[in-house]
Design a protein around this ligand. Structure first.
Ligand SMILES: Nc1ncnc2c1ncn2[C@@H]1O[C@H](COP(=O)(O)OP(=O)(O)OP(=O)(O)O)[C@@H](O)[C@H]1O
Ligand SMILES: [Mg+2]
Length: 330
């Protein structure tokens, strides 16, 4: 790793309110997260815990309204993005921070050839001339493994398979050499073989472009294979952050431990995936105290009233739980 901290999200609070008198759902309740330059940082947690809201806030695409950023900062390369004008924000997006999504089809323009979409990015953000942009687009298509790159550039998105679409979107995302790439469940819609190919591609691109990557997934197994560090989210907060190695050797938060235990060890066919009893609370009704207490085997009275702050238990290993180290029940 080199270059220090690329992105530091501190105390980010985001709420959604559809109508003026309607209920408020607090999707993020003080998220802390940092990505070092050229690291792959995994962001994990069950569905609804706030991974996508966090990433859309970082890239500046939260729909506001209904979303509202109530508190916090998003410091990217030393600047708080929340203080920038819409115009400045737009310049950062695509150029310095880029994003790939779970469903590329929704974000590719269906009426524009793939090549034209990439060259448009290059012309807009990097002010390249047509010929230079076309040459670079072909180079990028080759880099992301779009075989027969020049031919693929002439196709429309709907002519591509799921894996090819994802590669095309990755080519667009990296076209301007961003410092940070956010990948939100980039492989969830793909079959296992394609998943591995796209993961390998992401790892390779990190090497080639020396960019930081925020890799979002609800699948700890995937995160284990790619990430350097990991942040685990629960109910709109980061509950544990550590190196990927320490996560698997010595997770501290009961939620993380249960997530790890729910990964089937040998993936034997027919074995049932253990799931954590209970469910992620609705953002309109977050339990008092530690939001995880209704599902936690270690919970005591204190957990029902007192929200645990994040504490560093070892260098680079933080967790927010009152009872880190308490023996686990059988
Ligand atoms: N546009 C919206 N309007 C209202 N609530 C929203 C909106 N987008 C997200 N939320 C709420 O914010 C919370 C976090 O959602 P988010 O999409 O970030 O979860 P996630 O961790 O990305 O889940 P998944 O793994 O399913 O993608 C949820 O409670 C969700 O209902
Ligand atoms: Mg999501």
């Amino acid at each position: 790793m080199d270059g220090g901290t690329l992105l530091a999200v501190r105390g980010l609070v985001v709420s959604f309110q559809r109508d003026r008198d309607g209920p408020v759902s607090r999707a993020l309740r003080g998220v802390d997260l940092s990505v070092e330059a050229s690291e792959i940082h995994g962001l994990v947690g069950e569905s609804g815990c706030g991974k996508t809201v966090t990433s859309t806030a970082i890239i500046g695409l939260l729909p506001a309204p209904p979303a509202r950023i109530e508190a916090g900062s998003i410091v990217f390369e030393g600047r708080d993005l929340l203080g920038l004008s819409a115009e400045e924000r737009r310049k950062v997006r695509g150029r310095q921070i880029a994003m790939v999504f779970q469903e590329p089809a929704r974000y590719l323009n269906p009426s524009l050839r793939v090549g034209a979409q990439i060259t448009e990015m290059l012309r807009l953000h990097l002010r390249m001339g047509r010929q230079e942009a076309e040459a670079r687009a072909a180079e990028l298509a080759g880099l992301v493994g779009l075989g027969g790159a020049r031919r693929v550039l002439q196709t429309y998105p709907h002519e591509l398979s799921g894996g090819m679409k994802q590669r095309a979107m990755i080519a667009m995302a990296i076209s301007c050499n961003p410092r940070l790439l956010i990948a939100d469940e980039p492989t969830t819609a793909l079959d296992v073989t394609l998943q591995l190919q796209i993961l390998r591609l992401i790892v390779r691109l990190r090497e080639a472009f020396r960019m930081g990557i925020l890799f979002i997934s609800h699948d700890l197994r995937l995160v284990r294979t790619v990430a350097d560090r990991v942040t685990v989210m629960y109910a709109g907060r980061a509950v544990e952050t550590t190196s990927a190695r320490d996560l698997y050797r010595g997770a501290l938060h009961p939620y993380t431990r249960l997530l790890l235990a729910s990964i089937p060890a040998a993936q034997k066919r027919g074995t049932r995936l253990k799931v954590i009893p209970g469910r992620v609370p609705d953002a309109q009704a977050i339990p008092a105290g530690c939001a995880f207490h209704p599902r936690c085997p270690l919970a005591e009275d204190r957990c029902r009233v007192d929200m645990p702050e994040s504490r560093e238990h070892a260098p680079g290993h933080a967790a927010s739980c009152h009872f880190v180290g308490k023996p686990w029940p059988d």
